[in-house]
Design a binder for this molecule. Structure first.
Ligand code: ADP
Length: 301
């Protein structure tokens, strides 16, 4: 309370629309309709709703999608067999395994079975290696979506000091690779970092993916810094109010930061848009160059 809102709001929807338009333009150069196969195991309602949302966005964009909903008692071998079938199917360009899996299944082993050319979630070790080596490949959707958001709002990255809070395989680590490839100076802080504020105050660009509501308070932010809030935390409603979503960044940071993403409506929409772009890029890469029309479909560095 008290912080005077001065930060520019970096809204996700316009940036996501821009990314989706670029995906549609690339898809229009292809002789095939890009197709994505979703695999979901068990009946986790959140996973069900995420897959539904992604399939709906694919349909809006004119991409093909199908959902393989497997029972909760699916074996690792059955899961690998389905992935193998989809890998071998030339009509499927992207294979997305919705996480988390039920506890008896090994997600890393299953992700590693996906053909890296169809790895539209960018979580295969080959994709991670290509990213870290600065080579073209499919990139994880949330970090790549953050880069697209920065690009949309023309936020400079090269030569800037980027501080990432969080080192997960899904967000923090791949983001470090993307920012390095974009010529930022990168610091990664995490749970074991002492005096987090001393580190975050050095950031020109502060990106927070820690899964801790309001971890970042105004005193931890350099005045004028750009702050990207990747956190989505469910906070229970008080006095019968509905539960709400809040980020890893305290709202009062708007009184200090130069620019700030809202939660919800910031990074969230970028993730699904980037998945669509990855699917179209995967389809482009799987289409011989002489059958494409115009744009190259090269996956980014
Ligand atoms: P996500 O998938 O959103 O990245 P995870 O829960 O997998 O989230 O990872 C959380 C990350 O945030 C971890 O790398 C952890 O070290 C970091 N983290 C969590 N709490 C703090 C904290 N209080 N200070 C700094 N880093 C934190």
């Amino acid at each position: 309370t008290g912080g005077r809102a001065t930060a520019r709001t970096l809204a996700g929807p316009p940036a996501a629309a821009d990314l989706l338009a670029r995906a549609a333009a690339l898809a229009a150069t292809l002789p095939v309709t890009p197709a994505i196969a979703f695999i979901r195991v068990g009946d986790d309602p959140a996973s069900e709703s995420y897959v539904r949302g992604k399939a709906k966005k694919a349909a809006e964009l004119g991409l093909d999608s199908r959902v393989h909903a497997l029972p909760a008692d699916t074996t690792q071998a059955d899961l690998h067999a389905l992935i193998g079938t989809l890998n071998a199917d030339p009509g499927v360009h992207g294979v997305l395994l919705q996480l988390p899996l039920p506890g008896h299944l090994n997600a890393d082993a299953a992700l590693t079975c996906i053909d890296p050319r169809k790895d539209v979630d960018g979580l295969h070790p080959v994709s991670a290696g290509l990213l870290w080596q600065g080579q073209p490949g499919l990139r994880p959707c949330t970090p790549a979506g953050v880069m697209a958001l920065l690009d949309h709002y023309r936020i400079p990255v090269a030569g800037q000091h980027a501080v990432i809070v969080g080192r997960s395989a899904l967000v923090g680590r791949p983001l470090a690779g993307l920012l390095l490839n974009a010529d930022a100076t990168v610091t990664v802080a995490h749970r074991a970092t002492p005096d987090l504020g001393a580190v975050t105050r050095r950031a020109d660009l502060l990106i927070v993916a820690a899964g801790q509501a309001h971890l970042i308070t105004p005193d931890m932010v350099r005045p004028g810094a750009t702050v990207i809030d990747v956190g989505i935390n469910r906070v229970p409603g008080q006095d019968g109010a509905r539960a709400s979503l809040t980020g890893d960044v305290h709202p009062d940071v708007a009184g200090v930061a130069g620019a700030l993403t809202p939660v919800p409506g910031g990074v969230g929409p970028m993730t699904v848009a980037q998945l669509m772009m990855n699917t179209v890029q995967a389809a482009a890469q799987q289409t011989p160059a002489d059958r494409r029309n115009g744009a190259s479909g090269d996956v980014p560095r």
